[in-house]
Design a protein around this ligand. Structure first.
Ligand code: DGT
Ligand code: CA
Ligand code: CA
Ligand code: ZN
Length: 577
């Protein structure tokens, strides 16, 4: 499915204009694209849909050539003309477009006047006087460019949890199987289930540390050995991911595991608690004047400090140490407690598998129910269902369900929340469904106030069971749209609307930092894989880890309820839930 937005259309047209300018093309032609970009930007209506349907005739400022190009872009996500044009320039030039605040005009000046066509060149030039002296630039601009370069670097070497997890587990398994290794783990942000990670921190307990650092540095996935010492190695894999290995003695292992799991903030707080008890804590052991507690496992460190063991997901110094001290830690939800899930797609919209295939896969995962929520008609780019097709699908689901015992497909819809907060389907149709997920899939750039009331209006609908991917973020790619999360959470509590925890590794939305607050207002979540294929039901595992990170317990998660419970719950009017 092409990921086309108004913004991406505008950007492409602007980039074409710039490329034409860089080539020294006729200014009228350049202007046509720049005008076109402005028209698309300000068009009152769903320009992406119009373009995809090739329905742009009569829109002032968009001539035949542009119509054809916008149609190609919106319907395929690509534009051949543009790709050919790009191929005429050094590819590194386009990195400059990724820098926040550096527009086409400035890029042209840099390219024409100073021959700058890459970020390293730009950075170097910023450090000299050349750029500040360029007309239209000044020392303020130079500062902004430098901070944009820094920002980009911050993103560039981070990875999404779901993107590294399979590889991480493979490498861990290999270390675990090494005959000289007695214990092994991945510590760091991976163990804490952060949604994005900078690097992986492997740990092994062994009597032969140097042999292990060599073994690790020789992994076939390693592209570059950054350091290889007697107890520590640091490598970069082919995919750019940095991996550290620390090889420690079996006695030190629990201390190293605790220390390198972090977070730094958690460790600082823990160390100061230890000091109050006359103990000094570091990555090797406890030291101090008095009696030194015996430690064989990580839990012994916490117990020595008068704390319950703290699940790694919680270790962010956000109240977990206080809770552990009061024996008041939450009993966190587990993957095995899930009984079903909502928000899954099939070939009816943009999924890869049929209803039957999805049902079988769900049963293989041990689930009792699977909610089908294909896209609604406004998501034309995802082949959203219109009223007629949705009614057909509901009937199909009812028929398939007669074949199952102790399992059911639930008939839902991922209905688009339109720009004004109204829904893509009428209430009469929504009433026919078992449930409804409401999501935003277009017009992402509304001001915060409008975006918030748009979502609130959707939540106020009695048929909206839950909000899908509430901020629309794509990790390391697209920022969340501006929305007032406090207000959304309050409204969810008031209207008894569920907020989904979308487990797609690109999303992991709502962000884990909000869940504690939400659950304290009695908001339920549904851990939803947003699966577009049978394989993607596996995303549930990431969702559970992030739910744990958000302090959620079994009772906070709707889809921990059994099929019978869910069927009864879905029958209740929203206000009675
Ligand atoms: P990231 O950026 O995703 O790799 O996040 P982490 O938390 O994995 O950070 P990393 O790999 O730099 O370090 C792993 C853990 O080691 C970190 O969570 C806590 C501990 N650590 C590292 N440096 C320090 C430090 O300077 N002070 C303290 N107290 N702990 C540290
Ligand atoms: Ca790390
Ligand atoms: Ca590290
Ligand atoms: Zn969606």
């Amino acid at each position: 499915m092409p990921d086309v937005t108004r913004e991406s259309l505008v950007n492409t047209l602007e980039e074409i204009a710039l490329l034409l300018e860089l080539k020294g093309e006729n200014p009228f032609k350049t202007r046509a694209y720049r005008n076109g970009a402005e028209v698309v930007q300000n068009f009152d209506g769903d320009i992406v849909e119009r373009a995809a349907r090739n329905d742009l005739k009569g829109i002032k400022g968009i001539g035949d050539a542009l119509q054809q190009k916008l149609n190609e872009l919106a319907s395929t996500g690509k534009l051949e003309y543009f790709e050919n044009l790009r191929a005429e320039f050094p590819p590194t030039l386009f990195e400059l477009f990724e820098l926040q605040g550096l527009g086409p005009k400035k890029i042209k000046a840099l390219y024409d006047e100073l021959g700058i066509s890459s970020i390293p060149q730009l950075k170097e030039a910023c450090q000299g006087a050349e750029i500040a002296n360029l007309s239209g630039f000044g020392s303020k601009t130079v500062e902004k460019i430098l901070s944009a370069i820094e920002n980009r670097a911050k993103f560039a070497d981070r990875f999404r949890l779901g993107e590294v997890a399979p590889l991480a587990e493979t490498l861990l398994e290999r270390l675990r199987e090494h005959p000289k290794v007695s214990r092994s783990a991945i510590a760091g942000s991976y163990r804490r289930a952060k949604e994005t990670l900078h690097d992986l921190d492997f740990l092994v307990a062994t009597k032969e540390p140097a042999e292990l650092t060599k073994f690790f540095s020789d992994f076939p996935e390693v592209n570059e050995v950054i350091v290889q010492g007697d107890t520590k190695a640091s490598v970069r894999l082919d995919n750019g991911l940095q991996c550290d290995l620390r090889a420690v003695s079996n006695d030190h292992f629990p201390f190293a595991l605790q220390y390198f799991t972090g977070s730094k903030e958690h460790n600082v707080a823990l160390r100061s608690l230890a000091l109050k008890k006359g103990l000094s804590l570091n990555e090797y052991d406890f030291t101090g004047e008095g009696e030194i507690p015996k430690v064989g496992e990580e839990i012994d460190i916490y117990e020595a400090l008068g704390l319950d063991w703290i699940a790694p997901e919680l270790r962010e110094n956000r109240g977990e140490i206080e809770a552990a001290c009061d024996a008041n830690l939450p009993d966190l939800v587990k993957l095995t407690q899930l009984r079903g899930t909502f928000h899954n797609h099939t070939i009816a919209s943009d999924g890869k598998n049929t209803l039957e295939e999805m049902a079988t896969a769900a049963q293989d995962h041990g689930l009792q129910y699977l909610g089908i929520a294909d896209h609604s008609k406004s998501s034309f780019q995802a082949n959203g269902l219109n009223e007629k097709r949705l009614i057909q699908q509901i009937e199909e689901i009812r028929t398939i369900n007669t074949k199952f015992e102790n399992f059911a497909l639930l008939a839902g819809s991922e209905v688009d929340i339109l720009k004004d907060g109204s829904l893509d389907f009428h209430d009469d149709l929504l009433a026919e469904l078992d449930y409804c997920v409401a999501s935003i899939h277009n017009v992402f750039n509304l001001p915060e106030k409008e975006m918030t009331s748009r979502l609130i209006r959707a939540m106020e609908n009695d048929y909206v069971t839950m909000l899908g991917h509430v901020t629309g973020r794509l990790l390391l790619k697209r920022d969340p749209y501006s929305v007032n999360m406090e207000k959304i959470i309050d409204c969810a509590a008031e209207t008894k609307t569920i907020i989904e925890l979308n487990c797609n590794p690109w999303r992991l939305d709502m962000d884990w930092r909000w869940w504690h607050r939400a659950r304290d207002k009695n908001i339920l979540t549904s851990i939803n894989p947003d699966a577009h294929s049978t394989g993607q039901l596996q995303f549930l595992a990431y969702g559970v880890r992030l739910a744990r990170k958000g302090w959620l317990r079994r009772k906070d998660v709707l889809n921990c309820q059994s099929l019978t419970e869910i069927q009864a719950w879905l029958k209740l009017p929203k206000s009675m839930r």
